[in-house]
Design a protein around this ligand. Structure first.
Ligand code: ATP
Length: 269
């Protein structure tokens, strides 16, 4: 992709990590401010097979939005398309008003969209510190890397204790912390998490949700895909339900928790 990172348009996302309180995202949207993320009419294909069909959604600064849906509904495809890993066939993706659909993933990341992929994707034969440093390679993050590292260690003291250890020797929960920490090293304003609690023991699942809450308290916006539907709806300000690549329901997390269709399809109630 030829587009150069637009450093001048990047906000001071490091400041987002430091901010004490989350902004009132719902109120921001009601006042008609530009959403942080605005997706319209997104369609994505793998060859001839359609994965997303005209998906539209929005997310305000500091908001937690959950994406819920069965296996194969298109959740991962949505995150990968917003993150620049997949190219949409049609539709627009605006981040802070800037069109990012079709830009390469490093450009999207440098614009402030962080991504924690399913399966963690850390580098097992590199140390914890080296993995974290990799997260701060882009122009947006480089100058403040040392300060951000201190903030990440403050959030995850265990990563500090294990800084010199090979990442592959960490437990599953620690590897998930490392994946989130590496994403934060890029100083995102929006963090997209794909199945962060997958394969973790129940106590660690709680820890992952507590971590997401802390990121939110520090002012970051979160787009969350989780198989743990009840917990993600409890946590989210708002949520979208995807079925066969289309949004079929949207609303406040608490309202969807009470929705009969959601309860029977995803909560087994
Ligand atoms: P899961 O919870 O199983 O990860 P999901 O909701 O994240 O599901 P996607 O992985 O986005 O769904 O898949 C959406 C559709 O795209 C599915 O029909 C899937 O089979 C198809 N798909 C996903 N990845 C590919 C690929 N690399 N090649 C072809 N088809 C794919």
């Amino acid at each position: 992709m030829s587009a150069a990172p637009d450093a001048s348009a990047a906000p001071d996302a490091g400041a987002a990590l430091e901010r004490g309180a989350a902004p009132d995202a719902g109120a921001a949207l009601e006042r008609g401010r530009t959403p942080l993320l605005q997706v319209d009419g997104l369609s994505v294909y793998y060859g001839d097979a359609q994965a997303l069909d005209g998906v539209s959604l929005h997310l305000a600064d500091g908001e937690i939005v959950a994406i819920v849906g069965a296996n194969g509904a298109g959740k991962t495809s949505l995150i990968r398309t917003i993150g620049g890993v997949l190219r949409p066939r049609s539709g627009t993706i605006r981040f802070e008003g800037r069109q990012i659909a079709g830009l390469s993933s490093h450009v999207v990341c440098d614009a402030g969209v962080g991504q924690v992929a399913e399966g963690r994707q850390i580098f097992p034969s590199m140390t914890v510190l080296e993995n974290l440093e990799l997260g701060a390679m882009l122009p947006r993050a480089r100058a403040r890397a040392r300060k951000t590292l201190a903030e990440v260690y403050d959030l995850f003291p265990r990563l500090n204790e294990r800084a010199g250890q090979l990442a592959g020797t960490l437990s599953g929960g620690e590897q998930q912390m490392l994946a989130i920490g590496r994403c934060l090293m890029g100083q995102p304003r929006l963090v997209m998490l794909d199945e962060p609690s997958l394969g973790l023991a129940p106590t660690l699942v709680q820890e992952v949700f507590a971590t997401i809450r802390r990121l939110h308290e520090r002012g970051l916006a979160i787009l969350l895909v989780e198989q743990n539907v009840a917990a993600s709806l409890r946590l989210a300000d708002r949520a979208y339900v995807l079925e066969n690549g289309s949004v079929v329901l949207e609303g406040a997390g608490s309202a969807l928790l009470d929705d009969d269709r959601v309860r029977s399809a995803y909560l087994g109630i």
